[in-house]
Design a protein around this ligand. Sequence first.
Ligand SMILES: NC(=O)c1ccc[n+]([C@@H]2O[C@H](COP(=O)([O-])OP(=O)(O)OC[C@H]3O[C@@H](n4cnc5c(N)ncnc54)[C@H](OP(=O)(O)O)[C@@H]3O)[C@@H](O)[C@H]2O)c1
Length: 368
Amino acid sequence: MYHPCTILKYIVFHFGRRTVSFAPGAHICGSWSPSAVRVTMRVAIVGAGWAGGRHADMFASMKGVEIAAVVARSTTRAKTVAAKVHSEATTDLGSVLRDDSIDAVDVCVPSGVHREIAVPALEAGKHVFMETPMALTAEDADAMVVAGRDNRRILGVAQLMKFVGPYVMIRKAFRDGDLGEPRMAHAARLSVAYWSERKPRDFSVYGDPMIELMIFEYEYLQWLFGSPRAVEARGVRGPTGAVLHALATLEYEDHLAFVEGSAMMPRSWPFTTYLRIQGTASSLETRDRFLGGENPTTEFLRYRAEGTMEPVEFQGQDPYFAECEHFVHCVSGKEDVEPIDGESAAKALAVALAARESVDRRKPVRIP
Ligand SMILES: NC(=O)c1ccc[n+]([C@@H]2O[C@H](COP(=O)([O-])OP(=O)(O)OC[C@H]3O[C@@H](n4cnc5c(N)ncnc54)[C@H](OP(=O)(O)O)[C@@H]3O)[C@@H](O)[C@H]2O)c1
């Protein structure tokens, strides 16, 4: 899945997974033998919920990556995740940060708690990867960006949609000029409620659905178009006052984007993501619907300005694996941090916060 729901999981096809490169100064795991696996990166996972478990699976499946520890408030939950990836469980983050053999910390706690883990980790010399949304306030996001810069460490944010096959192809087509000039974009993420009375979600630490869901679309649109000038949004609130369904219009220099996010679709609704980029030369449209099982049904179409419509072939990949692998490659100096860059995630968060403010004030809000 593309969002924080424990029921729906997003796994597409695994084609051509690349293996982790060997960096100088790598740690060697155990005694040497021709078959010993050379460990190039040791990562600690902080948070043992949905995201912690998922990232642990991803890192554990990469050659050369070792999960040094799983840290959580509850030993039981930490042990559950640690056991499946043959790692240590601990509640002591300090000991992890003092351990020089650990290269990176993967922050998988609720977004409102990211800063208190990430800043000390960066100051301790660790590279940091974290789930999106990176924070719930601009101050927290900025503090982490500054800590990354000051300590010369990578601050990576798991910007999932930048690793979904058709979305990657749409950006390439856009940058190659195949779409012409952008005229209009539409992006959506439509879900049933991903909490229940038995399993509530505290929006004060996770962000309400308008932030936690729509951030994925803002991150992707930021990647395509940069920051909008202004945003105007309206939303429907649930019983607690949280915005459960919202419509946001993003205004750019010479085009618009329309973003819809919902966590109040009917129970029978399949989790759906949608993207359409309309350009002067052609338009691309993709829709993923999770109709059952773990793989989505994907529609990917091109509409040419002169009138033909055709399906587009694409190569699927597991975007969760791809984003974690990208972080590993950044740490080993093999890839540019750009798609997961914390600074771009902070800019996307500024759009999400402005959209939230626009709902509250019922007015357009300029993006700082
Ligand atoms: N990309 C995606 O598709 C996706 C999907 C889901 C979530 N996310 C993001 O991933 C992050 C974690 O979300 P999640 O769904 O994995 O959460 P979760 O299942 O509720 O797990 C949260 C973990 O963080 C720990 N934690 C530490 N401080 C906490 C606090 N103040 N309140 C609550 N838990 C705290 C919990 O500890 P205990 O074990 O002691 O309770 C638990 O281990 C968030 O940033 C979320 O937005 C992204």
